[in-house]
Design a binder for this molecule. Structure first.
Ligand code: PLP
Length: 443
């Protein structure tokens, strides 16, 4: 009997034994093509010797020293590498251990900034429907993932919700030709409703991952968001936990639109799964205010700036730069979408294939013509995910909320080192998994 507290105690998990490149192997020797980097984490593949050696070397010098007493070389270097690559002005990095911690830090930093600026009435953070920012209570409160919030709702502070930019199911009934960015203007409405004097920040994922299967915004969306935030003295927090570090074909997704956020959250791809790490990148305008008065930002975690995590992050960024993996993510992402479109684009249960770089989502529908979703209890995304897993392909099934119900998508986000022939294989297995799931719901 296992003493591990599993989230799903009824599931039989294979034991992972090793990883190499785009493959994971279980104890029985079965090989799995990692088509999603676990949960959009493994960006450079498994067991890259350069990263393994960098972590070992750090372990040989010092494993831990608390950041209230010391800094360390890898965190200094990682902060520099990030500042060189981030949208201009995001010059400072606050290191934590994961995505939820990065989001919590950003929420509290925004609040602390306004207190510093002599505007303590500004506290509220506005988020979007159909979004995910983490599972801790603050992150859950600003997220729009209704089924994850469910029983915790009484523990979450109330906040207004704004529309997602969900073009396939436009909440304003528009088509791309008639789009006038009402979804962005919905933020203006929400700010006015609450009163701009109370709003501290707006948080959004550049491309929505876990709740919506790589929802990409319409052209001009984030530029409009930036304008609205500026007009009302509202900080903009970009949650790049999934999109960060090359996943969408740019170091940071915000660079696609030339928009500079005030705070930016990172995790997953930052150390590509080699060691848990997270980070909140901070605009120098905000950072500078914290020099005025000490201790206004009361926050911190024991493992922040951990030398092993930082050493892994440095090695990952160096590896990505040396092998031009960001560019590769952009090019192979296009190839992946084209192949998926050709193989599955006309399938009766495939509603849309979308995304950017090697961050691709496939939305499933019961009826393609009317875009009617499956009943939530069907869990079509899990049927596809389970069938693929059995066939040796790992996908990331994600359930979002459509009109308050769970949606059906899988995320396809392989390591950037994947080759064209491995993509062909991925697409072929996914097609077979789709057929299996289709047969299951039909009969
Ligand atoms: N923000 C986004 C956009 C995410 O996708 C996730 C996790 O999926 C998080 C935050 C939370 O990160 P973590 O699971 O590392 O706490």
């Amino acid at each position: 009997m296992s003493h591990v507290f599993y989230r799903n105690p009824y599931k039989k998990y294979p034991v992972v034994a090793r990883g190499k490149g785009v493959y994971l192997y279980d104890r029985q020797g079965k090989r799995y093509l990692d088509g999603c980097g676990g949960a959009v984490v493994s960006a450079i593949g498994h067991h890259v010797p350069e990263v393994v050696e960098a972590i070992k070397a750090q372990l040989d010098s010092v494993e831990f020293a608390h950041t209230s007493q010391f800094t360390n070389d890898p965190q200094e270097e990682l902060a520099e590498l990030l500042a060189e690559r981030a949208p201009g002005g995001l010059d400072f990095t606050y290191f934590v251990s994961g995505g939820s911690e990065a989001v919590e830090s950003a929420l509290k930093m925004a609040r602390a900034y306004w207190v510093q600026m002599g505007r303590p009435e500004k506290w509220m953070v506005i988020g979007r429907e159909q979004s995910y920012h983490g599972n801790t209570l603050g992150a859950l409160a600003v997220g729009g993932n209704l089924w994850r919030r469910a029983i915790y709702e009484p523990m979450l502070y109330p906040r207004p919700r704004v529309a997602p930019c969900y073009c396939y199911r436009c909440p304003f009934g528009r088509h791309p030709e008639s789009c006038s960015l009402e979804c962005a203007d919905d933020l203006e409405r929400a700010i006015q409703e609450v009163g701009p004097e109370k709003v501290s920040a707006f948080i959004a994922e550049p491309i929505v991952g876990a709740t919506a299967g790589a929802l990409t915004p319409p052209a001009g969306y984030f530029q409009r968001i930036r304008e609205i935030c500026d007009r009302h003295d509202v900080l903009f927090i970009a949650d790049e936990v999934m999109t960060g570090l090359g996943r969408t074909g740019a170091w940071f997704a915000m660079k696609h639109w030339g928009v500079v956020p005030d705070l930016m959250c990172l995790a997953k791809g930052l150390a590509a799964g080699y060691v848990p790490v997270g980070a909140t990148m901070v605009h120098h305008r905000i950072n500078d205010t914290f020099h005025n008065r000490r201790n206004v930002f009361q926050h911190g975690h024991t493992y922040m700036g951990h030398p092993l995590a930082a050493a892994a992050g440095v090695a990952v960024i160096r590896y990505m730069s040396e092998h031009k993996l960001v560019d590769r993510s952009r090019k192979l992402g296009k190839y992946l979408r084209e192949q998926l479109q050709a193989a599955c684009g006309d399938h009766p249960h495939v509603g849309e294939i979308r995304g950017r770089g090697l961050f691709v989502g496939m939305e499933f529908v019961k009826d393609r013509e009317s875009r009617t979703p499956f009943e939530p209890e069907t869990g079509f995304h899990n049927l596809v995910g389970d069938a693929a897993f059995e066939l040796g392909l790992i996908l990331y099934p994600t359930g979002g909320t459509i009109d308050g119900r769970r949606g059906d998508h899988v995320l396809i986000a392989p390591p950037f080192i994947i080759t064209r022939s491995q993509i062909d294989r991925l697409v072929e297995i996914l097609g077979r998994a789709l057929e299996r799931a289709t047969k299951q719901v039909a009969g």
